[in-house]
Write a protein that binds this ligand. Structure first.
Ligand code: ARG
Length: 297
């Protein structure tokens, strides 16, 4: 594949930060009223370690309040008892232009979440596509400009990437995840600017953790996103990349110090949100956030 980045448009140099513009977002979240760690489906989860549900709710509330304070819309889906991972709404589906491609979870423990989320989408004005293939929604699928980056290796299958391309008619770029700690794509890539710039200048940009990908994945990412922020292993290991950006404000873990500095250098406004309790389940800021693109209300 040949690189298309030969145009003299490298506007995002570290020495002259571009002016970042906030975009409005609509999100779906789920209050972690039933949060606990009672099974292990990723290396972060240890049922023997106690969890504090009240603390999880408090930390989650800070994230929710921050989105509202920034002017975003946040919808809520009711938590269901016995589905402790439902707080990680990013896995509930993938939505573009009012079309919701539902999730089909890999592990039995989360399978009932798929229909629960689809029911919510259907009841809230979205066109729901019931998936045939195993996929974990926006945990593994990230919209960057007109392209969908899709992760596989641990959860969503390669076949789901094909199905995703058919549903949305967009280019889907498959990336292999190789480190079990970074089992969803949104633990290894953060979409900083999802929108293409004017005049063919590709301003869509990401941050990523190179070590989470195989060699081919690293090659693809380097070629497509030469201006990407590459995050250190240290920041990756504290889920620094599991963050959410509105084009200006980037909500990140307070422990990702290096990433915080990199964001500032590029003209973003990092906002620190501590979700340490939810990290016990292997999730962070982005996992608790599902973008509803094209919501009617
Ligand atoms: N315990 C959940 C699981 O393993 C955490 C999901 C995190 N979500 C995410 N989008 N990375 O499935």
């Amino acid at each position: 594949m040949s690189t298309q980045n030969t145009a003299p448009a490298a506007e995002a140099t570290q020495s002259s930060p571009v002016r970042r513009v906030q975009q409005h977002r609509t999100y779906l979240m789920c209050r972690p009223e039933h949060f606990t760690v009672s099974y292990t489906i990723n290396p972060w989860m240890e049922p023997a370690n106690p969890t504090d549900t009240d603390r999880a709710v408090q930390q989650w509330q800070t994230l929710y309040d921050t989105y509202l304070a920034l002017g975003h819309d946040v919808h809520l889906i009711d938590p269901i008892e016995g589905l402790p991972d439902m707080v990680y709404t990013a896995n509930g589906g993938f939505i573009i232009d009012g079309v919701a491609y539902g999730a089909k979870f890999r592990f039995q423990e989360r399978v009932p979440e798929g229909p629960a989320f689809m029911e919510w989408f259907g009841g809230n004005g979205f066109d729901v596509v019931d998936p045939v293939q195993v996929n974990e929604g926006e945990g593994d699928f990230l919209l960057v400009g007109e392209t969908i980056l899709a992760g596989t290796g641990f959860r969503s299958t390669g076949d789901s990437h094909r199905e995703l391309g058919e549903v949305f008619g967009k280019e889907v770029v498959s990336l292999n995840l190789v480190d079990p700690r970074f089992y969803h794509l949104d633990t290894a890539i953060s979409v900083l600017d999802p929108v293409e710039g004017p005049d063919g200048v590709d301003r869509a940009n990401i941050a990523y953790l190179p070590g989470a990908f195989d060699e081919e994945g690293r090659r693809i990412l380097a070629e497509r996103y030469p201006d990407a922020i590459r995050v250190s292993d240290e920041d990756g290991a504290v889920f620094g990349l599991n963050s959410s950006s509105d084009g200006l404000n980037v909500l990140i873990s307070p422990r990702a110090k290096g990433f915080e500095a990199q964001l500032r250098e590029r003209g973003y406004n990092p906002i620190l949100i501590d979700l340490s309790e939810l990290l016990l389940g292997g999730g962070g800021i982005k996992c608790c956030t599902l973008e509803l693109r094209g919501a009617s209300q």
